[in-house]
Design a binder for this molecule. Structure first.
Ligand SMILES: *Cc1c(COP(=O)(O)O)cnc(C)c1O
Length: 348
């Protein structure tokens, strides 16, 4: 660790994160509202996210694997639950058996492993059509799960972010599975699934994306607040002469003399090449364009309209997720989870 400030930072808005969770909790109706914090809290930092959401009343958290669980558990308040969505491998068993986190058992093999070892309360995933993770809904669910102490039965929606008859089919399959398997709770909805309405809420919802400012459906566009605000420092300001090109492969050519600035952020930080010639940044209310190709550690921006921007100043990278997704061709999920380790993460 060093106290040297990084030349790029993520400003993270605690109030917006908590407001988003509260909005999703309200939209979840009678159901409890949890939080998916896998992939280090979608890139924000899982520990910081859990601390803030737990303080707001969130009691159910979800990670993908046991490495994530082990890192998070010391920060998980008493009374909060952690479920590990990918279940348990052989390698995980010593850790899982001794842990207060629950595996979400996904296959007959995982169930056998958990049973043989005398594992305690678990969760269970049933696949209702995605063909990704979970027991096949058409299989002998009663036989597979006989005698298990199941806290929460889960399934995952394929395309809750679209108008899609598949969601209703999955809802019916899941309700049927939940009636066949004795469990304390049932949980189907991710962020977009919450918007689909009360039939999808069951006992517990599992939003991820929308907590962090993602907008999976138009219905929540006005309600979900941006949480992540990347900022980068100016490394150099320079004058470019008409006819000069900027950056790799010369994809930008100046048609007149102009001023540019080089910023300390690039594709190694998750600001991927989809932003080349399309991204924008702000300085004191002015919108400035990304010029040419994004490099590994740098971008160039046009600053003719910002004569007061100097080496060492900071600019805001436009990163409202729906808009940034349109600019870059990346999904809102990729825009979050790709954010690299070189940012200082600074919570307000
Ligand atoms: C990641 C994940 C979620 C959260 O989904 P979002 O679309 O980010 O809201 C919920 N459930 C499961 C099983 C997941 O893997």
């Amino acid at each position: 660790m060093t106290s040297l400030p990084a030349p790029l930072r993520l400003r993270l808005d605690s109030a917006a994160l908590v407001d988003n969770w509260r909005w999703l909790a309200k939209a979840s109706g009678e159901a409890a509202c949890g939080a998916a914090v896998k992939a280090d809290g979608y890139g924000l930092g899982a520990v910081a996210v859990v601390e803030r959401l737990a303080a707001a009343g969130c009691r159910d958290f979800f990670v993908s694997n046991w490495i994530e669980a082990v890192q998070l558990l010391p920060h998980l308040p008493e009374g909060a639950d952690l479920s590990v969505l990918h279940g348990v491998r052989d390698e995980d068993m010593p850790v899982a058996l001794a842990s207060r986190a629950r595996p979400v058992l996904c296959s007959p093999e995982q169930i056998a492993r958990w049973r043989q070892a005398g594992g305690g309360v678990c969760d269970l995933m049933v696949d209702t059509g995605m063909n990704r993770l979970g027991l096949d809904w058409r299989g002998p669910l009663e036989d597979w799960t006989h005698g298990l102490a199941i806290d929460t039965l889960h399934s995952h929606l394929i395309s809750a972010d679209e108008e899609e008859p598949l969601s209703a089919a999955q809802q019916t399959r899941f309700a049927d599975a939940a009636a066949r398997i004795p469990t304390r709770r049932a949980s189907l909805a991710n962020s977009a699934g919450i918007i689909l309405g009360r039939d999808y809420h069951f006992d517990l919802t599992r939003p991820g994306l929308a907590l962090y400012g993602g907008v999976p459906r138009e219905e929540c566009a006005g309600a979900i607040r941006q949480v992540v605000f990347p900022q980068a420092q100016v490394l150099q300001r320079r004058r470019v002469i008409a006819g000069d090109t900027v950056g790799y492969n010369a994809i930008f050519q100046a048609d007149a003399d102009m001023e540019i600035a080089i910023l300390n952020i690039g594709y190694a930080d998750g600001y991927l090449r989809g932003f080349s010639a399309r991204g924008t940044v702000r300085y004191e209310g002015r919108r400035l364009p990304v010029l040419g190709r994004v490099s590994m550690d740098m971008i160039a921006i046009g600053v003719t309209d910002a004569p007061d921007l100097h080496e060492g100043d900071w600019v805001d990278i436009d990163y409202a997720l729906p808009e940034a997704a349109r600019q870059s061709g990346l999904s809102q999920y990729e825009l979050l989870t790709g954010l690299g380790l070189r940012f200082d993460r600074i919570w307000s």
